[in-house]
Design a protein around this ligand. Structure first.
Ligand code: GLP
Length: 243
C-alpha cells in the first residue's frame, strides 16, 4: 500500500479530489466507487468547487455507492441517497441514472443486491474505488465477523456502526436502521484502483492494524492488503500509529 500522509483533513480532501480529477481528465468515462460518512464530505466539496469553476466534468462518468440502509429511501435525510444528492449529485453534472445507489426501499433487498452487482459488471467494473474506514475496521458495511460475504449483500449492523451513523438520525442510534446493504469485500477488491481516506486520532489504531496487522475477517479493512493498487490518504492524527 502507498501511504500519503497529509497535514490535516483539508489536505486529505485536496489530494483525494486531485486523484479523482486526474482520472476524469485522463478518462472521462471513468467508473467511480463512492463512500459516505463524515470523512469524504470535504472531498465532495472540493469536487463541487472544481466543477463550478468549469474545471471538472462528470458528464460521462458513472458512480456506484458502497452501501445504503434498508427501509429508508431518498426522502429520508439519513439515507445515503439523500447524502449523495446533498454533497455531490446535486452539485455536479453526473448524467441522470448514472449515480447508482442501492435502493433501500426495494421490495426484496437480496434481489436489489444482485441487480447492483450486475450493474457494476455491465459498466465494466469500478476504475477507482474511494473508501472511508469505520472506527471498528468496517469498509462500507462489511462488519467485523467470523466470516465475510464476497458480493453485495444485506447485513445486520453492529451497535458501533449505528452509533457512528447517528448524526444523520437526530443523534439517536436507535433511529438508525438495523439493516443495510453493502458491496462485499470481493466487489471492492475487484476495483482496479482503491483510495482509502482516513482522518482523526480515533482511527489511528484501526488504520495501523489495517496496514500492518494480519488479514482477518475481524478487521475487514485488512483485506485491502491483498490488492495491488491501494493508496491510503490520511492526516497526521490518523497516521500516528503506522509503523
Ligand atoms: C459509515 C459508512 C462507511 C464509512 C464509515 C466511516 O458507517 N457505512 O462507508 O466509511 O462509516 O464513517 P466516518 O467517515 O463518518 O467516520
Amino acid at each position: 500500500m502507498i501511504i500519503s500522509l497529509c497535514d490535516d483533513s483539508h489536505d486529505v480532501a485536496d489530494l483525494a479530489a486531485q486523484r479523482v480529477a486526474d482520472l476524469l481528465h485522463a478518462s472521462p468515462r471513468t467508473v467511480l466507487g463512492l463512500p459516505t460518512g463524515r470523512t469524504p464530505i470535504l472531498m465532495y466539496d472540493r469536487l463541487a468547487e472544481r466543477h463550478a469553476a468549469g474545471a471538472l466534468d462528470f458528464a460521462r462518468a458513472t458512480t456506484f455507492n458502497l452501501d445504503e440502509f434498508v427501509g429508508i429511501g431518498e426522502s429520508h435525510e439519513g439515507s445515503y441517497r439523500a447524502y449523495m444528492r446533498r454533497y455531490l449529485f446535486d452539485r455536479v453534472n453526473i448524467a441522470d441514472g448514472e449515480g447508482h445507489v442501492l435502493d433501500g426501499l426495494a421490495p426484496d433487498a437480496d434481489v436489489e443486491c444482485a441487480r447492483f452487482e450486475d450493474r457494476i459488471a455491465a459498466a465494466g467494473g469500478i476504475d477507482l474505488m474511494i473508501l472511508g474506514l469505520g472506527a471498528n475496521g468496517h469498509i462500507g458495511f462489511n462488519e467485523p465477523a467470523a466470516t465475510l460475504q464476497a458480493r453485495t449483500h444485506r447485513v445486520r449492523l453492529l451497535e458501533p456502526s449505528r452509533k457512528a451513523n447517528a448524526g444523520f438520525f437526530g443523534g439517536d442510534p436507535a433511529q438508525v436502521p438495523v439493516e443495510a446493504m453493502t458491496m462485499g469485500m470481493g466487489t471492492i477488491l475487484k476495483s482496479r484502483r482503491i483510495l482509502i481516506l482516513v482522518t482523526g486520532a480515533e482511527k489511528a489504531e484501526t488504520l495501523a492494524a489495517t496496514i500492518n496487522g494480519p488479514v482477518t475477517t475481524q478487521l475487514p479493512a485488512s483485506f485491502l492488503q491483498l490488492h495491488g493498487d491501494v493508496e491510503v490518504i490520511c492526516d497526521r492524527e490518523a497516521g500516528n500509529a503506522i509503523r
